[in-house]
Design a protein around this ligand. Sequence first.
Ligand code: NAD
Length: 427
Amino acid sequence: MSDSIFEGAIRQLEKALKFYSIDKETELRLRSPKAALQVSVPVRMDDGHLEVYQGYRVQYNDFRGPCKGGIRYHPSVTLDEVQSLAFWMTIKTAVVGVPFGGGKGGVRVNPKELSRMELERLSRAYINEAADVVGPDRDVPAPDVYTNSTIMGWMADQYNIIRRTHEPAVITGKPLSLGGSLGRDDATGRGGFYVLQALRDKLALGGKTPTIAVQGFGNAGYHFARLAALAGFKIVAVSDSKGGIFTEEGLDPDSVNKVKVENNTLEAVYCEGSVCETVDHRKISNEELLQLDVDLLVPAALENQITAANADSIKAKTVLELANGPVSFEADGILFKKGITVIPDILANAGGVTVSYFEWVQNRAGFYWEIEEVHRRLQDRMKESSLAVYAKQQALSCSMRTAAYAVAVPSTTSSTMRPAKRTRDAA
Ligand code: NAD
């Protein structure tokens, strides 16, 4: 068994193609990236010495439009990982019908060890190396793990300094003051929540108050948990890189997040105003969280969290992949045999790229939307894509993942992928 995430990703495609067939040339092009850039990113540290970090940008495919995908800062970033994420972006943009291809970037660094100024120099230095290959019509980055709107702002600014231009559409997920879109901050979690809403009845998800465990309480996981709790789901457990908390009574995601922002620790609390009280709870490990007997398990951290080693112990009835690639290829087969439905990443976390597309459209038009417009368009698109994947799953009697591949890369005689969805005029 190989450790390569990319091999696992390509095996997903191969597995899907056992259920239906596509044009051979399209298949061939989908098996390898269009281009991969590996760069050294030099950064002058605060004490004066120089560090050099490894950076990557993979442009996997641009059949349907400019490459699109986030930039990740993490100590375990590798070319294999970035390439896999870029492949999934190619499929994901087609699942939700946005006119982009797939790309991804990353820097092998632990950003928690850097000062704010070092982080800014790193972000600008990364763009110094990548400026020739990114651009609004070529490749459009966005935030991912341990990057955020401030970092996107620095990167967009650096690109515009280098090119002596003003092109906010070069990067999405920017601060509002630099051309960001309303609704981009919670778009990934919100999109996942809209998928859950669209499929809730079809998947017979729990009774009146289905229980949910969320691994990874960052941008994607927190906003998903917040919206699910507001809608009446019970969030019984959440975790971050240091471990998790569990309570049968259910957690209040907003209170937990308030304390996390203030103290950088995950605590089971309930806050009223500025007063927070600890609620009865148990500390659990990430491994324990994954094995909880809940209606819905939401991995929202990193790849390969559910593997052949622990898939047999998963008790959740449904898994919604808010992270990219949290279920390995082998584990996916095991969960399927156990009757556990997996709502795949290429649908479940596509809300982020969908609102990134909205941001790109607004930047190019110079015309900015109200938040209600962003939410309505996101909900329409996530619902339509979820129902399309569900209908395909019923038609092919396959997993939801295979069905999502079949929606993205339909069976046709011409070499094509799903066209961009047509939308009503905003006015
Ligand atoms: P983030 O940096 O905001 O949050 C990541 C969270 O995961 C943090 O709480 C961190 O402590 C936690 N974490 C890290 N390692 C962990 C571990 N081993 N076990 C448990 N928790 C761990 O990142 P994010 O933007 O929320 O991204 C999370 C996932 O969602 C990634 O797979 C990312 O690719 C995917 N995603 C993000 C977006 C987006 O718009 N941000 C879009 C699509 C997909």
